[in-house]
Design a protein around this ligand. Structure first.
Ligand SMILES: [Zn+2]
Length: 400
């Protein structure tokens, strides 16, 4: 496959590309105001970017008095692919250069089937999107996986829920098949990037993104970049021990946050409440479907089942206690709570988390702190993955 690799040649060009991605088409005059380059220097860099094929002209802007300024924008043929591999599904989207989703496909998988099977499904989804004409060329792909990743090598590292993926070269295999640069990170970090690009934390440069799915994780965004830590495990808050005695966690320890509150923990507690007869609502649901998930807990809570409501309140309190510490330590500009389970638990969860964090954190840290539910849903992962690779493609060099 033809390899597409075009990159800016210097830091000014890289800055221009990032600006055009984040603010969209803009007149040369306004661009000049935003980037502090002389008119002549700006003209030179834009001409170079046009020659390379990264920027194009978009007609004339409305007059600001005097001669009308030309509009510039990223080349409309640029395409990024965002891939979000979850425990039970893979989502693939094609975006335009400003990272708007042009087309999106999803398919059920079991990540435990291993990398060969799951990446084959992923490549098949990309091929279908291309067959539909959405990406004649691919300029880069970002990939999120549900486990720890060595970002530099693009390989999962001892991922607990992904048997067979340890050290598998996800990045180089996909890059070879797609003929384009690829970057791989864990799913929570790409969701945080998606929130930063198009979500509620769009204007916030320092924030925490808490994902509540089967497990619990936290993306840490510092000054507009994801903070990964020395070995890539920063933000793994699901395995912070919150009680010495507690349920055994998937990681083998006891008392982790995630063993008390997560999609998996809610499903376990719901089953217990149904079988012991403590909750008729949950017992009913179990009798109808034969199994219970976190969605049944939200459903039962919505019907007013006091046991389900209490489970969500208790989970929100435990998460809140932990977040209160993180907020005092990190002093974020916002906390965004997302992920499939959080969306279902909704405002009941949010109210509990807010009340604990506002009560227990330092007033200086919470005085101006919005704690909000994500509004992006499944788009956060794919948009964030596209953002990750576009950051790299629009940089002078990243070694990929
Ligand atoms: Zn654990």
């Amino acid at each position: 496959m033809k390899r597409v690799s075009i990159r800016p040649e210097n830091a000014h060009q890289a800055h221009l590309l990032h600006l055009l991605r984040d603010i969209g088409p803009i007149s040369r005059a306004e661009l000049g105001d935003a980037i502090h380059l002389s008119r002549s220097k700006l003209a030179v860099e834009l001409e170079r970017l046009t020659d390379i094929g990264l920027v194009e002209s978009g007609g004339l802007a409305a007059s600001r008095g005097g001669r009308r300024s030309g509009i510039v924008r990223l080349a409309s043929s640029l395409r990024f692919v965002g891939v979000d591999i979850g425990a039970t599904s893979v989502d693939v989207a094609v975006t335009d250069p400003e990272l708007r989703v042009l087309a999106h496909r999803s398919e059920g998988i079991d990540v435990r089937q291993g990398p060969d099977a799951v990446l084959a499904v992923t490549l098949d989804l990309v091929a279908k999107l291309r067959a539909d004409g959405h990406a004649p060329e691919i300029h880069g792909a970002g990939v999120g996986v549900p486990g720890p990743v060595s970002f530099r090598e693009g390989v999962p590292v001892a991922p607990p829920i992904m048997p067979g993926w340890d050290q598998f070269p996800v990045r180089s295999v996909l890059s070879q098949h797609l003929g384009a640069p690829v970057l791989v990170d864990n799913d929570v970090n790409i969701m945080a990037l998606g929130e930063m690009h198009a979500g509620l934390s769009r204007s916030v440069k320092d924030f925490l993104f808490v994902k509540i799915g089967t497990g619990v994780g936290c993306g840490i965004v510092v000054d507009g970049s994801v903070y990964r830590g020395v070995s890539g495990s920063a933000g793994d808050i699901g395995h912070i021990r919150i009680e010495d005695d507690g349920p055994v966690c998937a990681c083998g320890n006891t008392g982790c946050l995630e063993s008390f509150f997560s999609g998996a923990a809610l499903a376990r507690d719901a089953l217990e409440a149904a079988r012991s007869g403590r909750s008729f609502a949950l017992a009913d649901r179990l009798a109808q479907v034969g199994s219970l998930s976190a969605a049944d807990v939200s459903g039962a809570a919505g019907e007013g089942d006091p046991v389900a409501v209490e489970m969500i309140r208790d989970g929100g309190q435990r998460l809140g206690f932990l977040l209160a510490g993180l907020v005092s330590f990190f002093n974020p500009g916002m906390v965004v709570i997302g992920g499939g389970v959080a969306a279902g638990l909704g405002h009941l969860l949010l109210a509990e988390v807010r009340s604990v964090v506002y009560r227990r954190s330092l007033p200086l840290a919470t005085g101006n702190l919005p704690i909000v539910l994500s509004e992006m849903g499944a788009a956060a992962g794919v948009v964030g993955a596209a953002r990750m690779i576009s950051d790299s493609v629009f940089s002078v060099s990243d070694g990929s």
